[in-house]
Ligand binder design. Structure first.
Ligand SMILES: N[C@@H](CCC(=O)N[C@@H](CS)C(=O)NCC(=O)O)C(=O)O
Length: 308
């Protein structure tokens, strides 16, 4: 239809309507496919019933993989959680029995294991014997839970999986499930430096956003922050944004604990976590005493440094 023709606008509107319709149908179809799987999941214990599972609407990737004992697993990556199953058929009805604790995408780490690399799990009861004879295992990757404390279960899943071939393995590795992080603070160490150090120590990239701040007539000058301040729930920084603002965490200590937990730096059990947190609280007490002494003048600061 030529430009200027009276039907032109109607036709363009129609194309838009049809496209929206196709989109709706495709979304409804993927939701239905997803539901068909969720309805057929069989749990061997209640801990496997992660609250996220029932909320899934899409399957991003699925397929058969082998675990390190050579058993066939059928793995589903939903939008927010990875679920490991074994296909069981009873009276002609297919079901998916969970074999491991599911891992929420937010705490999922997928690591490539180079062909032939020796790792402990591969030498005992492993791919090398069951699958590849004496040859080193190939097409292996590891899925593990980054978080030592997942709110729905306290277990740490770590599972080695073997793909059919390198292309199959690549499709799992290519799914970018890693979270992105943006830490916002002023251009200074202050309350953000511990979190910055945690990122560095974990080797995790992050956006280190720093509001400019200068001193003018004994007063802090930070016009950009003043303009943005009301956008932040508690009107204070530091603030950590995860996955482009999908989640936002305020309060430096909450951020530090979250990062430590996520990067597995908060011990391996609740007692170790408490000991680490106590050391953090102690540093907080020392800092508080210093901040109290500072405005009182040089003598008070000297006394602070000389004291216990
Ligand atoms: N308890 C909070 C304190 C946060 C805080 O007071 N941040 C200061 C900077 S160090 C701030 O945002 N000040 C800006 C303002 O109040 O406008 C934490 O540890 O994160």
């Amino acid at each position: 239809t030529k430009d200027g023709h009276e039907d032109k606008r109607i036709l363009l509107d129609t194309i838009n309507i049809v496209e929206e319709l196709i989109n709706d149908v495709s979304q409804a179809t993927s939701a239905q496919l997803c539901w068909n799987v969720i309805a057929r999941l069989v749990y061997t214990n209640d801990e496997q019933k992660h609250l996220l599972i029932e909320k899934q609407t899409r399957i991003l990737c699925q397929g058969e993989l082998k675990n390190n004992r050579g058993h066939k697993l059928y793995v589903f990556l939903f939008d927010e959680i990875l679920v490991f199953t074994r296909i069981a058929t009873r009276n002609g009805i297919k079901s998916y029995q969970l074999t491991n604790y599911p891992i929420p995408v937010l705490s999922l780490l997928v690591e490539d294991i180079e062909d032939g690399v020796k790792i402990p799990e591969l030498s005992s009861g492993s791919f090398s014997r069951t699958l590849a004879g004496s040859k080193p295992a190939r097409n292996v990757f590891r899925c593990s839970s980054l978080s030592s404390i997942d709110n729905n279960n306290s277990r740490n899943t770590s599972i080695l999986l073997q793909a059919r071939d390198m292309y199959d393995k690549q499709q799992w590795l290519n799914l970018d499930m890693s979270s992105s992080y943006k830490l916002t603070y002023f251009a200074g160490r202050g309350l953000a430096e511990t979190s910055r150090m945690l990122f560095k120590a974990a080797g995790q990239e992050f956006e280190d956003y720093r509001y400019p701040i200068t001193m003018k007539d004994g007063q802090f000058n930070r016009p950009e922050w003043d303009a943005d301040k009301s956008k932040y729930t508690y009107e204070k920084i530091p603030v950590l944004e995860i996955d482009g603002g999908k989640h936002t965490i305020a309060q430096s200590k909450a951020i530090e604990r979250f990062l430590a937990r996520r990067f597995n730096m908060l011990g391996s059990n609740d007692v170790e976590a408490a000991i680490i947190e106590a050391a953090g609280e102690q540093i907080g007490d020392v800092k508080q005493a210093y901040n109290k002494a500072k405005p009182e003048g040089a003598d008070a600061v000297k006394k602070f440094f000389e004291g216990d």
